[in-house]
Design a protein around this ligand. Sequence first.
Ligand SMILES: Cc1ncc(COP(=O)(O)O)c(C=O)c1O
Length: 380
Amino acid sequence: MYEPTIDFIRSIYGSERVIPLHEPRFIGNEKKYLNDCIDSTFVSSTGKFVDEFEEKIAKYTGAKYAVATSNGTSALHIALLLANVAKNDEVITQPLTFVATCNAISYCGASPVFIDVDKETMGLSPSSLKEFLKNNTEIKNNQCINNRTGKVIKACVPMHTFGHPCRIDEIKEICDKYNIILIEDAAESLGSFYKDKHTGTFGQMGVISFNGNKIITGGGGGCVITDDEILAKRAKHLTTTAKVSHKWEFIHDMIGYNYRMPNLNAALLVAQLENLESFLLNKRELAMMYKDFFSDKACHFVEESLHSKSNYWLNTIILKDKEQRDLFLEEANSKGVMIRPVWTLMNKLTMFKHSQCDGLTNVEWLEERVVNIPSSVVIS
Ligand SMILES: Cc1ncc(COP(=O)(O)O)c(C=O)c1O
């Protein structure tokens, strides 16, 4: 199947060049808005585009508030700090994620606990989460205590893998029962909905990334979305060096962070947002083309699951076994078509190899078989 697949991908993206996994498209007002920034001199962390972007992203996702940050990692860090995740706490997440999820947990001095994913969504499995909490924890003083370590499980960070929503409403119900704060890593899932609600809006906070490889990009950028006004205000305060507003004095009332999104990045993003709907349609058409193409091949094309509307950020196929996966990786990459396996599972990385894991059967099965294939918006 490899040769026809490579030919098929080339028939979509052209035969002349290396085909990247996901590249940005700048087809709208990007240059105009960047020029506006330069002409106005507002290129840094204050400016009209940052505010406009926050308003527009909140409106699009249906969250009451959005706070723009320098990237998705800083947004995750701030969300975890606001959930009071601190030294010696534990945070449940999935081993199939980008390292930023676990790095942000570590920035707070906490450690990740790894729970299995569902094969279908590739995101945190509610049934594994439920089993783990039932067998390993108890509630003391309204806190969820991990019986093995004696530590508090403060938060849970599921991730909507490659844009496919996980079963987030079930996860929320379980977290609520165990007094665990839910923060969604929706870095990859702008434009993805679960039961008609945008990903990232189920938890107390959600985090989105606008890195160069995402569905829309500001070059770099991220945001925290929430319905909680107090959290939103604190997020803005923490990301802007905790500076107290004053006409001329420099007063900072706590240790803050320089995490505010610069106006230049926001300008790009405001322009990109204007094309989000057309990007989503284009990516859905591409996914359906892949679905048709793979329907008679020896692999499984991952589709959005029940109740989900995926942004199809990175199209995904599941091959028969690791041998088939490696053959395909070798063949396609050597012919200039970028395809990639999933990230090395977080529990296998040096920094997290001592973290607690619970029955990772599905994730290990996926790790050996999953491949992402080129998914950029197709230019006709
Ligand atoms: C799942 C996940 N979490 C967090 C991040 C971090 O976002 P950023 O690169 O904007 O810091 C990314 C992507 O880059 C991601 O894919």
